[in-house]
Design a protein around this ligand. Sequence first.
Ligand code: S3P
Ligand code: PEP
Length: 413
Amino acid sequence: MDITLHKSQIVNRQSKITITGSKSESNRLLLLKALYPEFTLENISNSDDSNLMTQALISDSDIIDIHHAGTAMRFLTAFLSIQEGKEVIITGSQRMKERPIKILVDALNELGADISYTDNEGFPPLRIKGKKLTNNKVSLQANVSSQYISALLLIASRLENGLELTLEGDITSIPYIKMTLALLEEIGIETSFIENTINVKPNTQHPTPNTQNPTTLIVESDWSSASYYFSIVALCGVGTEITLSSYKENSLQGDSVLVDIYKHFGVVSTFNDNKITLRKETFNVQPLTLNLQNAPDIAQTIAVTCFGLGIACDLTGLHTLKIKETDRLVALKTEIEKLGGEVDITDESLHLSPSEKINKNIPIATYHDHRMAMAFAPLALKTNIIIEDANVVSKSYPTFWEDLESIGFKITK
Ligand SMILES: O=C(O)C1=C[C@@H](OP(=O)(O)O)[C@@H](O)[C@H](O)C1
Ligand SMILES: C=C(OP(=O)(O)O)C(=O)O
């Protein structure tokens, strides 16, 4: 379904939006709950990816199709490898079959797993014969995707001797690794991360480490989803406010760095009572230079904000973008250039030149990538824009379009 976003204004200058739980935290906690059922979860993400994760964890089918859900694919590969006596094929969308997984499969097999490729070496689908993993030390390349590392950490406490993981090379997306370790600690598992070595202590006895004190874990709302509101406020007039719930100042999510980044565009954030209010203030228009190695999922949002404001930007640390839902660097260049911008990309960077106009009524292709749809939507504050295959947002934020309508966006099918 393609939709048209007509040139819009935020109706209520003090709009409020509630966003559901972080997709990243949810997918970790769902897996941990499958290993340690005693704790309860609140504010789990309503995203397709988390629903797929939930279903896959209880599936007794011998084929699991995880569609476009990258974290679920990686985390389940580790989970299924320790389900003794079970044999499963895990597959996904056409794009998933192009997203590399060899680094994780090699590490699991070195630990003693039995995982093979049904089609192309290095890529899903995988045939996984669940068994007891007997080794406890492994090294892996850390500059391709942190999801491989989190996947290993999530099952580590269930291995006989725990896990000692040595990370080779530059470590990408570090906040996601720290999030995994923090959640393990929250349920009582001991971990350490010193220089390039991570240790997780075993916890093979039943039930959970925290049995005497069963825990309810409340998932903080999704900061990547919040990024689109930072962009909206940045593109609005001075005085516009949007309040988002439920957020905290000390987040486990690396994308909370938005608070600092968007000061550059005059967006001032105030925390109060688990809510964050974004307010547009006057600001000095200046080019933006930023390394996003720790927060790759907000690269599209930031590039489009800069384009909407006519500001130049130099974004680096983007090497993981080409293996996500689509090659996000190529997708950004193609779509911003349709709108009249000028973009240069390398394998890990994006340069946007300053611009003065935005072409009207341009159809934006989304390439099965939720973040393409959501990142371009705020431009409707400047001009009419068409978003192709708009349902793609359900991968992480199913009510995105309704929420935009509630604050004044005019949308027709
Ligand atoms: O662990 C996670 O929840 C994620 C890690 C990041 O992936 P990479 O480490 O591959 O950059 C991020 O882009 C993805 O959306 C979610
Ligand atoms: C990259 C993303 O997700 P995944 O890797 O889990 O498919 C994302 O949500 O931006």
